[in-house]
Design a protein around this ligand. Structure first.
Ligand code: ADP
Ligand code: MG
Length: 723
């Protein structure tokens, strides 16, 4: 029998039904109805102005002031016609969150009336007081201002709350001296860098008409739903987003009966609510299903241009959280809310392409397409081999560390999975000739076509952190709570760098008179000879791979953020970002500082919470229980019985452990090193986390020994199965 507080929560939850929302509308009515889309601009703007904004979207570049004024006017008219009184510049600081600066349209007039006003200047540039956003020391506090500027490639939209709409304008956030203070600016720069080198290479490969090359992203979002009535009783879920204590339930996910099972009605109603809101915002939600763990679910959109997809991904996280509340749930985006239960990731599907050449990571049907595909694919492989540690660093957070390498998520060693057919093709190239997969004869690059690669090979290797899945790569080490911007920046940048290297090699070969096919083959062969060590198709979870990767392949294994983040300070990483014009050394250093600070903060907050909960919630309950036990044992003795003291002994010894481990943790917290950041990171990873686990062992032991009727925290069983 659970404690009264838990019982209360349970009965509350069992009484809840699904929360129905607005009447159903058709897709046509819903789709992008709250977005100031190109369609809406087209009908609201003079032809010339619309053309000019279209050009800006296509080629980047600055928005002309006169154009901005007209667009601002139209945008305001649309927003105010829907009842919006305020607009907000939305930006993406170095936390994984979304930030907003709200301003009213109101302009009081001399005669006491007020009108709604919005100019091009206000649209294009805002000035939030950014001093409280982490910036890693880029701006000293006396000039702690930054400004936001509309990213024209990402449309403005209306965000609805029960009291009406706010016009939201997606923006970059930069310092007055031009340094990127956000996650969007480097993403746009990385895309431009990739486009520049892709253009060069496509031209060398003989293409005449080449549209701007853009990266694409489709992010699969996993999350947990836990009832609010339970979360309210768990300070760890409220403050840290994960359980710091909790014994394994008798029934876990061993039966796999949740995965792709029927979605519980209350959850499905929640999902439908989310999807409708996403559709209104022009976000193409596409799939929904149960995930592996009980209480775990997934939502995935149709892919979009990486920049827009990133904004939409942030919005999706926001909508998931706010909608969950209305349905009586907490949406947990933490990577590992429950120990011993499957964690949550965000698979980032990524490719590059353009309207003229199509998806450049799609093998295609013609010999020329195939050759182009192999070159782009080889460029990715080279990039991941050279910069694997960077790929690990961009997914390094305190919360994601609990998931990576935990034998249900990719290991902390970055390798590439190609599928057996494609791996075979690259192996042949490495060996110096290319055989057809079936015919047996030799194939000629640029003349023959490759064998068909299955789009969705059934044997897709789920243990790989970075997998080719037919026409894109899927980066699986990304954390569920993370912004996808960092991983996309890394992928675009390493690709840009490899494309540049390949273009240089090709150019030299062509200049010396080699024909295109032979030159391409030579370059591909060199890439494979130097970088195939990163290709791995086996079991990424196995200890054999962990050994082989490091000892034989020379890959790095970085289990914790403390190992991975300092990669951002390596000279070759600094050079990479500077060379590609994505992040200056100062901008990169500021990211190291901010992410390190966040890691340290996350762990220290959790450590304090462990102490607080153990001492104020668990210890008193255990002491009371020991008193009860002692009393009843004494009673039995007085009756002349010889009661068994095993349980009382266990409780007392676990309690002893609890007290002494709390003391050890407290002392460790008081002794954090004040030397360098790296030392502090390592201390959190190697000392604090271990001590927190020791307290947890005692608490979890007590949970399975102490009377359930007084245990204060909702159990895993309740959190995961009562809905
Ligand atoms: P999985 O089998 O990995 O669960 P899903 O169908 O759930 O696959 O998700 C695949 C994701 O990949 C979707 O978001 C889809 O839009 C995206 N995707 C497909 N093609 C591309 C592409 N060319 N570029 C980026 N993302 C893509
Ligand atoms: Mg996937």
């Amino acid at each position: 029998m659970p404690s009264p507080a838990r019982l209360d929560a349970i009965s509350h939850i069992l009484e809840r039904g699904p929360v129905p929302t607005a009447p159903v509308q058709s897709l046509q009515e819903l789709w992008a109805s709250d977005v100031f889309s190109l369609d809406k601009m087209k009908s609201a703007l003079p032809k010339e102005v619309f053309k000019s904004i279209q050009r800006t979207i296509k080629d980047g570049g600055k928005l002309d002031t006169s154009v901005a004024n007209i667009v601002a006017q139209a945008m305001k008219d649309w927003a105010t016609s829907r009842g919006a009184l305020y607009y907000a510049h939305v930006f993406y600081p170095l936390t994984n969150l979304t930030a907003e600066k709200h301003d009213g349209f109101i302009a009081p007039q001399g005669d006491g009336t007020a009108i709604a006003e919005f100019t091009g200047k206000l649209l294009v540039q805002g000035e939030p007081d950014g001093s409280s956003f982490p910036n890693g020391g880029i701006r000293s506090t006396f000039e702690a201002r930054g400004y936001t500027a509309w990213d024209v490639t990402s449309p403005a939209y209306l965000l609805e709350t029960p009291n009406g709409f706010t016009l939201c304008i997606p923006t970059v956030f930069v310092s007055w001296t031009g340094e990127a203070l956000d996650k969007k600016t480097p993403l746009l720069r990385s895309n431009a860098a990739m486009n520049k080198q892709a253009q060069r290479l496509l031209k060398l490969l003989g293409n005449k008409e080449i549209a701007p090359v853009n990266s694409s992203c489709g992010a699969e979002q996993e999350y947990f739903l836990v009832d609010n009535a339970f979360t309210a009783l768990r300070p760890d879920l409220l403050l840290a987003g994960r359980t710091l204590f909790g014994a394994a339930p008798a029934k876990g996910q061993q039966f796999d009966d949740h995965y792709f099972g029927a979605i519980p009605e209350r959850v499905q109603v929640f999902m439908q609510d989310v999807e409708r809101q996403l559709y209104k915002l022009g976000i193409p939600a596409k799939t929904r299903h149960n995930e592996v763990a009980p209480g775990q679910f997934e939502i995935a959109p149709f892919f979009e241009a990486a920049n827009v997809a990133t904004d939409h991904q942030q919005l999706t996280m926001t909508v998931l959280k706010s909608t969950a509340k209305r349905h009586g749930f907490s949406c947990l985006l933490h990577e590992k809310p429950f120990a011993g239960v499957n964690g949550s990731g965000k698979h980032v599907n990524w490719s590059v392409g353009n309207p003229t050449q199509g998806n450049l990571l799609d093998p295609g049907n013609t010999p020329h397409d195939n050759m182009q595909f192999l070159v782009f694919c080889a460029a990715v492989i080279r990039g991941v081999h050279l910069y694997g540690p960077l790929m690990r660093a961009v997914v390094a957070t305190a919360s994601n560390d609990h998931r990576l390498g935990a034998n249900e998520a990719p290991p902390a060693i970055i390798s590439v999975y190609l599928g057996s057919q494609l791996e075979d093709v690259f192996n042949q190239i490495k060996a110096g000739d290319l055989k057809g997969s079936t015919a047996g004869g030799l194939m000629q690059l640029g003349v023959d076509t490759l064998p068909d690669f299955p789009k969705d090979p059934g044997d897709r290797n789920r243990t790989s952190p970075f997998a080719f899945t037919g026409n894109r790569f899927e980066f699986r080490a990304v954390g569920s709570g993370q912004s996808v911007a960092g991983p996309l920046v890394a992928m675009n940048t390493i690709l840009a760098d490899s494309l540049e290297w390949i273009a240089n090699q090709l150019e030299a070969q062509l200049a010396s008179g080699t024909n295109l096919e032979a030159a391409t083959f030579t370059v591909l062969k060199q890439v494979m000879q130097e970088h195939s060590a990163v290709i791995f198709g086996g079991d990424g979870y196995s200890s054999e791979w962990h050994r082989m990767a490091v000892e034989e392949r020379g890959l790095e294994n970085m289990p914790t953020t403390a190992d991975a983040l300092p990669v951002l300070q390596r000279p070759e990483i600094r050079a990479l970002f500077e060379r590609q014009g994505v992040l200056s050394p100062l901008e990169l250093e500021s990211r190291f500082e901010v992410y390190a600070e966040q890691y340290i903060l996350a762990i220290e907050v959790e450590a304090k919470l462990v102490l607080r909960m153990a001492r104020t919630q668990i210890y008193p309950v255990v002491m009371a229980y020991m008193e009860t036990l002692t009393r009843s044992l004494r009673d039995q003795e007085q009756l002349g019985l010889h009661p068994d003291r095993t349980i009382a002994g266990q409780v007392a010894s676990l309690n002893q452990q609890l007290v002494s481990q709390c003391t050890a943790l407290e002392q460790a917290l008081a002794q954090v090193p004040h030397g360098g950041v790296s030392e502090h990171l390592a201390y959190c990873a190697n000392t604090l986390l271990g001590l927190m686990l020791k307290v947890r062992e005692a608490v979890d032991g007590l949970e399975t020994t102490v009377d359930d009727a007084i245990w204060p925290l909702p159990t895993y069983q309740e959190l995961l199965f009562v809905r």
